[in-house]
Design a protein around this ligand. Structure first.
Ligand SMILES: Nc1ncnc2c1ncn2[C@@H]1O[C@H](COP(=O)(O)OP(=O)(O)OP(=O)(O)O)[C@@H](O)[C@H]1O
Length: 227
């Protein structure tokens, strides 16, 4: 049984003369607990594929399956809930609310999930502790270093106990020492909690730390689609 599967997924942007086929029939399977890197040159379709796998975008044709269920017919509202419950996201650009505290940023996915009060606060503090930022919980997000911001993002990705963490160039904005710390946190979560990691990266060292590399070229799979 695969956790996440794409079947012959295509994605075409634009129309007429500006039509562009960013993905051209991608079929792949990811199992629970794997760590997988999506690699390929700039413009090859990595982010497009990740957005489709994370149910943030729909394929033009083909299908995406989560826990052996097709996702195409899920209504937008249910899809938002499913995504919030099942996935955590870590992006190169952080996407934190700069004026809010670390705690408020980390509580956000639970707020969306309708979790309230003490439970929300406790779970957020636990996640903040897991990334070693307990002494910064009440600081504003914009008062943190890049590495600390990325650790807040990981804490935020963790609070709903996700099955999968999607990370798009998670160390792209960090110096190598800080990047390594962030990588270690992600891989520990994979090993200790069995959270599946799907990482889009240009960094060959980071890709090699993953159990499997899925290589994309011009919107097609070169290798690594199956375990
Ligand atoms: N909204 C869009 N409209 C039109 N074309 C798009 C759109 N988004 C992406 N593309 C095109 O689709 C192709 C794949 O883009 P994508 O961002 O998936 O590549 P990538 O492999 O993630 O690149 P990078 O490593 O530079 O981030 C590119 O040629 C890009 O220009």
């Amino acid at each position: 049984m695969s956790l996440l599967e794409t079947r012959e997924v295509t994605r075409t942007y634009g129309k007429g003369a500006s039509k562009f086929d960013a993905l051209r029939g991608i079929s792949l399977q990811i199992n629970q607990g794997e760590s997988v890197a999506i690699i390929g040159k700039s413009g090859s379709g990595k982010s497009t594929l990740m957005h489709i796998m994370a149910l943030l975008d729909h394929p033009t044709s083909g299908s995406v399956w989560l826990n052996d269920e097709p996702t195409a017919k899920i209504k937008a509202r249910d899809l938002n809930k499913l995504r919030n419950k099942t996935f955590g996201f870590v992006f190169q650009q952080f996407f934190l609310n700069a004026q809010d505290s670390v705690l408020e940023n980390v509580m956000l996915p639970m707020k969306i999930a309708g979790i309230t009060g003490k439970k929300r606060r406790e779970a957020a503090l636990k996640a903040i502790k897991a990334v070693g930022l307990e002494n910064k919980a009440n600081n504003k997000a914009n008062a943190l270093s890049g590495g600390q911001k990325q650790r807040v993002c990981i804490a935020r990705a963790l609070v709903n106990d996700p099955q999968i963490i999607f990370a798009d160039e998670p160390t792209g904005n960090l110096d190598s020492g800080t990047g390594e710390m962030v990588e270690n946190i992600l891989f520990n979560l994979n090993k200790e909690k069995g959270i599946t990691l799907i990482i889009v990266t240009h960094d060959p060292d980071l890709a090699n730390k993953c159990e499997r590399q899925i290589q994309i070229k011009d919107g097609q799979l070169v290798e690594g689609g199956k375990e």
